[in-house]
Design a protein around this ligand. Structure first.
Ligand code: FMN
Length: 203
């Protein structure tokens, strides 16, 4: 089937996007204070290697902007938490549209933990927490989203998933992390079979 993108409605376009770009990692973002807001965003990737910078797209609601983007711009700091499989039900539930005065973490009984560098806490049980300083918002068309970028200023990684190499550099064991990927709609996938190939020269 050939589909000309120009003729698609926003909803039809979204349906094709979330089916084509799969599986997606999920930024589980804590932002703001009193209360701390929590929400998942799967239009997520890193956009710069050094410094490490992360980006995700916040779609507009019919009646205004989501709490996450308002908080990030107001406070200039936020945490991108990475969930493991055991946190899936809470992650999914935290996407419920709550009023700004309700903190989803508290509402769901998820413990918060102070960050080390920034003033916004992360999720105590998240295996990876990336403390971020806000960099920029790029707005696309009125029917598009707003792409939020921040710089990672600190990592907190659960000790048992860290591997330390001979040079002393840390890396994360993906199998032990047990990350969650998002598919279309309320569908997720765990880490599947890992396929490893020999490195390619110059790759
Ligand atoms: C796994 C998952 C991924 C999501 N990804 C996005 C996304 O990339 N962009 C977006 O705008 N909303 C996304 N949502 C919906 C938001 O999480 C939802 O609108 C949430 O209520 C926003 O919260 P806030 O208003 O507190 O910021 C996602 C929901 C789920 C369950």
């Amino acid at each position: 089937m050939f589909i000309d993108a120009a003729g698609l409605s926003p909803a039809d376009t979204y349906r094709l996007l979330v089916g084509s770009v799969v599986p997606r990692p999920i930024a589980w973002v804590t932002s703001g204070r009193d209360p701390v807001n929590l929400a998942p965003f799967s239009s997520f990737t890193w956009v710069s290697q050094h410094p490490a910078m992360l980006g995700f797209t916040v779609n507009r609601r019919a009646h205004g902007r989501k709490d996450t983007i308002r908080n990030i711009e107001a406070y200039g700091e936020y945490v991108v938490n990475i969930a493991d499989e055991s946190m899936l039900a809470s992650l999914h539930a935290s996407s419920e549209g709550m009023p700004p005065d309700v903190g989803e973490a508290e509402h769901l009984g998820l413990a918060l933990e102070d960050s080390r560098v920034i003033g916004i806490p992360g999720l105590a049980d998240a295996p990876v927490r990336m403390e971020c300083r806000y960099h920029s918002t790029t707005a696309f068309s009125p029917t598009g989203g707003e792409f939020v970028v921040g710089t990672v200023v600190a990592w907190s990684i659960r000790d048992d998933i860290v591997r330390v190499g001979s040079t002393g550099a840390a890396s994360i064991d993906t199998e032990l992390l047990r990350p969650i990927g998002r598919l279309a709609g309320p569908r997720y996938t765990p880490l599947g079979r890992v396929m490893e190939l020999p490195p390619v020269p110059g790759g």
